[in-house]
Write a protein that binds this ligand. Sequence first.
Ligand SMILES: [Zn+2]
Length: 449
Amino acid sequence: MTKELELLGSYKLVLGLEVHVQLMTEQKMFCGCSADIWQAEPNTHVCPVCLGLPGALPVPNFEAIRKAQLFGLALNCTLNQNSRFDRKHYFYPDLPKGYQISQYKQPFCENGHLDLLSGNVADIERLHLEEDVAKSLHEGGKTLVDYNKSSIPLAEIVTAPTFKTLDDAVDYCKQLQNIARSLGISNADMEKGQMRLEANISLRTADMEARNELPKYKVEVKNINSFRFMEKAVLAEVVRQRELLEKGETPKQENRGYNEATGKTVLQRSKEEANDYRYFPEPDIPPMFFDEVYINELKSLLPELPQQMKDRLVRDFGLTKEVAHALVDLGGKDLAEKFEAIVKKGNEGRKVANTLLNKKETLEMTVDQVDEMLKKSSEVINDSAAISAAVEKAISANPKAVEDFKAGKQNAVQFLVGQVMRETQGKAAPDVTRGLIVAALEKKSAQQL
Ligand SMILES: [Zn+2]
């Protein structure tokens, strides 16, 4: 159950997210400095470009662009053929140039979406690439600046005000994290700052929601660095904004930060409009053009994505959507791969999933150890006659699977194995079951010829 419902009273949540993901590249975004800065001595990965010295010229890192575009494709975005970098001006002690190279009118990717577990769809407006800023360290009353992080490539993914519940927002963020990991473009580790969130939060009445009307304000909560933190910040804002609205006031459009000690958000600054940033095209980097051949080649490089993997686990192993979600989105790529490896050893899918998700000790066990444990624990039915009955039942209840088999779809066999397993509570010996199903299907196909 999503946590904000009671706090909302009669209001509805309107939530949009801006997520920054640090891309894993060899070099920084606009210079040749090594981007491998984790735990490096301060100011050891710097050059005139990332220090923002006058006259230093940026050269875009093609590896970062390609990874950002792959990310966009995986989020079902359209890749823009014409794209360019822009300067976004603002004063920041960590930004010596006085502007950040980002993208404004022509980002690399636009108009994507992600399907959420709840059945809702997250509407993604854009994915653009920008450079990170340096890092201030406050020590003994002094502020020191470390430029190692300056110009590390960041993909920023911006959603519409698309989330109606906190659960949807958390699901979206976890999916984003898993997609980045599946693509090998980022570890998206929030503790290491490789993934950071900003949440745009406002409330509206049920009538406004029915009319699809957005509130006239939004509050941006900055620098959220964990899912737990996001939940707390959103809940705190829900309470604060509801109280203002109930007094007949409209919350101000502003940036706030979450204070963990007080459990409340605090004002940081009033919110800028886009025109405050004085965006203009970056004059030192020419506009870019990507042709169809390039875009198609990128598409062919996409690996199996978490959504596709979940669909496949549901289809081939008879898992429920929730179990597939728990394995792939919550457990991550490693757990999903472990699941498949154990199933390949002749174990029934749902049973393997159940074991991996409910028996914590299996997290530490190897594939072979879990396999052994499963085989020991199950009283396998090897008796052909007993299994045959279940096979006949599964085949007569699923004529479509028979058609699929005739059409050469091997998935049909796996599907029927799943049905027999359900019938026998996972006790039928998988090899025997498979053999009996194939024999029965072949017999049926021959009869109908
Ligand atoms: Zn540099």
